[in-house]
Design a protein around this ligand. Structure first.
Ligand code: FE2
Length: 200
């Protein structure tokens, strides 16, 4: 029998809170089917194994790059990525980052506009499914992209925020227009406060 080792974390806002940029219908599928599916699959895969007693981050780092643990890694990483993604967004997001983060952005990218441009460019450059991240690497901020379920935790970098660029994140609202989705997120939904919290 599968036990509920990990639970689907609560969405930090109602399903319609990110409208009109992301519809309640998208969130309902993305959170209620995709994210829940990763958590359910992970629980099935690790029931009765040594991974059942580990925190999610440890499962991810223990299984990363191991060919015989790909399914566990993919579902654990996707469970982590989605929980982090929901917190990277907020209703009435966008705008100016808090001053501590803004200073770091200016030091690393020159301007906020340049930082947003790099995030959007990376989102478009990611072929197929994946994620775009603002990360802290040493004492510098960087934009990185990862394919499929992969994430910066396995590369020693500290994620500050992420944007999901799997088609399921935007197809119902934007069809194939990934750039429109990413720019809407960056202008209206991105949660700079969450990124600033993660700097600490
Ligand atoms: Fe997703």
């Amino acid at each position: 029998m599968t036990t509920e080792i990990f639970q689907l974390p609560k969405l930090p806002y109602p399903e319609n809170a990110l409208e009109p940029q992301t519809s309640a219908k998208t969130i309902s599928f993305h959170y209620g089917k995709h994210h829940k599916g990763y958590v359910d699959n992970l629980n099935k895969l690790i029931t009765g194994t040594k991974f059942a007693d580990m925190p999610l981050e440890k499962i991810i780092t223990e299984t990363a790059g191991k060919a015989d643990k790909t399914a566990i890694f993919n579902n654990a990483a996707q469970a982590w990525n989605h929980a982090f993604y929901w917190r990277s967004l907020k209703p009435k997001g966008g705008g100016e980052p808090p001053s501590t983060l803004k200073k770091k952005i200016d030091a690393s990218f020159g301007t906020l506009a340049e930082c947003k441009k790099e995030l959007a460019t990376a989102a478009m450059a990611q072929f197929g499914s994946g994620w775009v991240w603002l990360v802290l690497d040493g004492d510098k901020l960087k934009v990185v992209k990862t394919g499929n379920a992969d994430l910066p935790l396995t590369k020693g970098m500290k994620p500050l925020l992420t944007i999901d660029v799997w088609e399921h994140a935007y197809y119902l609202d934007y069809q194939n227009r990934r750039a429109d989705y990413v720019n809407a997120v960056l202008d209206k939904l991105i949660n700079w406060d969450f990124a600033a919290e993660n700097l600490k």
